[in-house]
Design a protein around this ligand. Structure first.
Ligand code: NAD
Length: 282
């Protein structure tokens, strides 16, 4: 296939893993036809199709032997991890022990330990809880605005509403981060004031979520800021349907990491802002 690195996606049986594996194929890169997954699935399912490519599932007990074989065939492979918060640290330790460069999209786990393990192993990695390039760019822009113009909205009031599929119980992490920036711009807004919209009717009528995205996955956010006398209103929105934006950003992160490795970069641990700052988006 293309000039980029071969990419192995763990786990292709998950929603994000599958979507990312499809994005790898779409980008014309080589999808390594193996995927590390939970033991029960590896035994019960065996393999999973990604855009017509049969991908063999490998459970934890066989993974070291399998990786040794995979690596002799794909020496410069890059690993993507979209598994579960409970697997984050153990998987990262495995990648580090094998000096495998990896892109960690999975959230949760012990994040400090994760960073420390990568540093100790001197491994190359991109770690980012949000791989959606444009959303990360927006979030970073709000942080920059807060640094540059502290207190610019003092006296203003704000409402924040976020909508996600009904299975998401916690408040959007992105909304919390953006609220923190607005607070530096002079608002006094509590995280508990963020409205979580989880009712399908309201999602469609109030937030404008397309019906097909109500249950299949969406991340809609609206921040409305109003001046004390009501004469000025600013509204910021970032609305995502589906998972493609994260999957595509993950492919960019792999290409970025591959370039850093090829050039022998001294810095080895990166986040999505590093990927964006490199200015080499497809
Ligand atoms: P999912 O439940 O659909 O998939 C999880 C997969 O991990 C399953 O296939 C499961 O079998 C597999 N798994 C479990 N234990 C494993 C192990 N020990 N080793 C290997 N595989 C194992 O979940 P999802 O919706 O795909 O989300 C996965 C993660 O990605 C979550 O942490 C989610 O918050 C995060 N996420 C990140 C981004 C981002 O942009 N970085 C975007 C969306 C979701």
């Amino acid at each position: 296939a293309a000039s980029g690195p071969p990419i192995m996606v763990n786990s292709c049986t998950g929603k994000m893993g599958h979507s990312t594996a499809e994005a790898v194929v779409r980008a014309g890169l080589t999808l390594v036809p193996y995927s590390l997954t939970g033991q029960s699935e590896a035994v019960a399912v065996g393999n999973v199709g990604v855009s017509g490519i049969p991908v063999e599932l490998v459970g934890p007990t066989e993974r070291q032997a399998a990786l040794d074989r995979i690596r002799s065939r794909y020496p410069d492979l890059i690993v993507v991890d979209y598994t579960l918060p409970t697997a984050v640290n153990e998987n990262a330790a495995f990648y580090c022990a094998n000096k495998l460069p990896f892109v960690m999209g999975t959230t949760g786990g012990d994040r400090e330990r994760l960073a420390a393990d990568v540093a100790a192993a001197d491994s190359y990695a991109v770690i980012a809880p949000n791989m959606g390039k444009q959303i990360v760019a927006f979030q970073t822009m709000m942080e920059m605005m807060a640094d540059r113009f502290p207190g610019c909205f003092s006296g203003y009031s704000m409402t924040v509403a976020e909508s996600h599929q009904r299975t998401k119980v916690d408040t959007s992490g992105t909304a919390k981060a953006v609220v923190a920036s607005f607070n530096k711009m002079g608002l006094q807004f509590g995280e508990d004031e963020i409205e979580k919209v989880r009712d399908a009717e309201q999602q469609i009528a109030r937030m404008g979520v397309p019906e097909r995205a109500v249950d299949s996955g969406h991340a809609f956010h609206t921040y409305t800021l109003t001046s004390p006398d009501g004469s000025v209103v600013l509204e910021f929105k970032h609305n995502v349907c589906g998972r493609e934006v994260y999957a595509e950003g993950t492919v960019d992160a792999c290409l970025f990491l591959h370039r850093q490795i090829q050039s022998g970069a001294d810095k080895k641990l990166y986040n999505m802002i590093d990927v964006l700052s490199a200015g080499v988006m497809r």
